[in-house]
Design a binder for this molecule. Structure first.
Ligand code: GLC
Length: 732
């Protein structure tokens, strides 16, 4: 009897102990992340580890159901959360709960020159992704603006590596603060859409390290990006989605990236290279980007059964598999299984306010003769608004960043709200045809009758706002194709001329993600560069046009007078777009203003340029010392005074020149900027920290950065084309 009692007691005790047995470490939210990762990895089978490394649907990949480890759900894009699609489709699934807030395109964010807005942007879009239960946001993009023809420039942050680096980091920090992974793209050298799937890009190491990599390096090392997207193109003979130099050596070894390399959709072409050259997660294979459905089961993916087979046969080292699985687990534990993952919000008033503020601060006033702008309400009785972009949706189109929105205030909506519908007459003026992907379909409307109707309206008006530009149709700022011309499309130049003939009070407002030619520039009294401004486009534009908001945007890329003035188009086809197999960036480090300065070519409007409704004075440039060591920080001090009658903001820009160096260097390179807000008459003392180490150049003979001692010239101005003060310092 006694033994039975004893047995039962022992049994109960062990059951009790078993019931209280600690959770496996990976589920213990109090455990450090790396411990949870290792524990989860140790519990997984080889099949489960491989299953993490490739897609299970158009935008998702597997978790480990047996262990309760969730799937990875990715979603475009950089400007808002893409609508849900069917399991293996590109088109929308027709859900009714996924209409998002459209934030302005990243060229607009870059044009604000305000990193605080990048943080606001990241948090806002991160909250929308979080609310939609996304693990990874497929953005931001930071490919450098090399040619005005690139179809996707509107998704990126301009021509300067320093500006892109400083504007992308807070965006990533913002997104990831909400427990959603950013996925910086497209790594690397995806600077055009022409032949994007295969073109084999090459360039000097100096250009690679000084121009095309810095924004990605900042995204990884300062932004701490949890994932990065391989680009479609090749670089020195290997596709960027499995490129040993880019992914193993530079990204993972040199930059210590501990996140996940995700392929672009259809960017993987080899099991061997995908296994060995640093790819972690294969998405979208068997699609050529955005136009064909998968014809093969996901288990046929390069990192699926072929990878598993290779592991089992001992062809591939298990350590390679464990590294991929570990990185993907780390991503999951940083997001969906994070102990303190915040909650999101979707289409909130705060997100609208953020979108509007970013749009307001990104709009660039390019020309404003005789104070054409601002146009206060009540000043004119009859205002003509001409142009398709005043009333066309610009949150759709453009490819993978296209959005289904909860609302979109058009420029016409905003102007009517601002000036009253009795004072606004609208005329289409030109027509572009439907927003299609991969092909264009001209409008069926008769261009001449549209112009004649618009001219009639302009004749009767006191003032005319022409609102045109590009529109994210194919070839007009759209993924999958570059622009075919530097000119405005759809007969806009002809229309602008016709309007000016009957009404000289015609201002041009361009909505685009790229520079365009401006044959009418000397006849037009005012020009405003708007971007794809998102859901609050109409409010922001009307507030700037009416003067409620003083424009403070600066160009994140140069506007050349003609295409041939642009560096990428100077050296012929091999430089752009390549010979359809290979391409060489012959302008080397001289991208954007670096080119215009060195070749003494005057741009139409320079990088960093933008007018205001008030005026500013940058004064008394000084530094804390005149001789510095190579690891020192220079305290650059100056004043900014608002010498006009309106509140506004100026962007002080500090460029540096290295007059004596063993290699040729650009005449100036941006090394600091600060946006300063001032009341009329107000003066502020500004101090900027400038790292001496930022003055280094990439020395190909040393295969490393090199900073030669000697004199450097600090150049302060409010545009790359307007340096008002210089100061020499010496580096020992
Ligand atoms: C597209 C784009 C990439 C996007 C992905 C998913 O082809 O290149 O930016 O995030 O596929 O749509």
């Amino acid at each position: 009897m006694k033994s039975i009692v004893l047995t039962v007691t022992v049994l109960c005790a062990s059951l009790l102990a078993g019931a209280q047995q600690k959770q496996p470490v990976y589920l213990d939210l109090s455990q450090p992340l790396e411990k949870r990762v290792e524990n989860a990895l140790s519990l997984m089978t080889t099949e489960e580890k491989v299953s993490l490394c490739y897609a299970q649907s158009k935008f998702s990949s597997k978790g480990v159901p047996r262990l309760g480890i969730p799937e990875v759900w990715t979603d475009d894009g950089p400007h808002g959360i893409r609508e849900e699609v069917l399991w293996d489709e590109w088109g929308g699934a027709g859900w009714t709960n996924d209409s998002c807030t459209a934030f302005p395109a990243l060229t607009c964010l870059a044009a604000s020159f305000n990193p605080k807005l990048s943080l606001l942007y990241g948090k806002s879009i991160g909250e929308e992704a979080r609310y939609r239960n996304k693990t990874v946001l497929l953005g931001p993009g930071v490919n450098i603006y090399r040619t005005p023809l690139n179809g996707r420039n509107f998704e990126y942050m301009g021509e300067d590596p320093y500006l892109s680096s400083h504007m992308v980091v807070p965006y990533i920090q913002g997104v990831q603060s909400i427990g959603v992974a950013a996925c910086v793209k497209h790594f690397a050298l995806n600077n055009q859409e022409e032949w994007r799937g295969h073109i084999n890009v090459d360039l000097s190491d100096r250009a690679l390290y000084e121009i095309y990599l810095p924004a990605f390096k900042a995204a990884v090392q300062e932004g701490k990006a949890w994932s990065i997207m391989g680009a479609y193109n090749q670089f020195r003979g290997e596709h960027c989605c499995h490129n040993d130099l880019l992914l193993n050596k530079i990204l993972k070894n040199d930059w210590k990236f501990d996140g996940v390399v995700i392929s672009d959709w259809g960017g993987v072409h080899s099991t061997d290279q995908a296994v060995k050259n640093g790819l972690d997660l294969e998405m979208g294979t068997y699609t050529d980007g955005l136009t064909t459905k998968g014809k093969f089961p996901y288990s046929d993916y390069y990192l699926a059964n072929p990878f598993l087979k290779g592991i089992k046969e001992g062809k591939y080292d298990v350590a390679l598999l464990d590294d991929k699985a570990r990185r993907i687990l780390r991503l999951i534990f940083r997001t969906t299984m994070s102990a303190n993952r915040p909650f999101g919000r979707f289409v909130s008033p705060e997100h609208s306010e953020a979108a509007r503020k970013i749009a307001q601060e990104g709009i660039v006033l390019l020309k404003n003769d005789k104070q054409f702008f601002p146009v206060p309400g009540g000043k004119f009785k009859k205002i003509a608004v001409i142009g398709e972009n005043a009333d066309r949706s610009l949150v759709i189109g453009g490819g993978s960043s296209s959005l289904k929105v909860a609302y979109e205030k058009s420029p016409l909506d905003g102007l009517i709200a601002k000036y009253g519908k009795d004072h606004i007459t609208y005329s289409l003026g030109y027509a572009s045809g439907p927003a299609l992907y991969g092909r264009e379909e001209p409008s069926k409307l008769n261009a001449d009758s549209l112009i004649n109707a618009a001219v009639e309206v302009a004749k009767q008006a006191d003032i005319v706002f022409f609102i045109g530009g590009l529109n994210k149709n194919h070839f007009q700022d759209c993924e999958g194709g570059d622009r075919k011309s530097f000119s405005l499309p759809f007969g806009q130049d002809k229309l602008i001329d016709a309007l000016l003939k009957v009404n000289k009070n015609t201002a041009v407002v361009l909505l685009s993600g790229n520079a365009v030619s401006m044959p009418w520039i000397n006849k037009v009294p005012a020009i405003m560069q708007g971007w794809y401004l998102g859901s609050e486009a109409g409010s922001a534009l009307a507030e700037v046009i009416s003067g409620e908001v003083n424009p403070s945007g600066k160009l994140p890329f140069s506007f050349p007078k003609k295409l041939e003035d642009n560096a990428a188009h100077f050296y012929g086809k091999i430089s752009y777009p390549g010979d359809s197999i290979n391409q060489y960036y012959k302008e080397d480090i001289l991208v954007g203003y670096r080119w215009f300065d060195t070749k003494k070519i005057a741009p139409q409007y320079p990088f960093g340029y933008g007018l205001s409704y008030t005026s500013f004075n940058l004064g008394t440039l000084s530094t804390d010392k005149s001789v510095y060591g190579k690891e020192d920080i220079i305290k650059v001090r100056f004043t900014v005074k608002n010498t006009g009658a309106r509140y506004g903001a100026e962007v002080a820009q500090l460029y540096v020149n290295d007059p004596v160096c063993s290699v040729s260097r650009p005449l100036k390179e941006l090394k600091a900027f600060e946006k300063v807000f001032l009341q009329p008459g107000e003066t502020k003392n500004v101090e900027m920290d400038v790292k001496v180490s930022d003055f280094a150049f990439y020395d190909e003979s040393k295969k490393d950065w090199n900073l030669e001692s000697g004199d450097f010239v600090l150049q302060l101005g409010n545009s790359s084309g307007n340096i008002t003060q210089k100061l020499k310092i010496t580096v020992k």
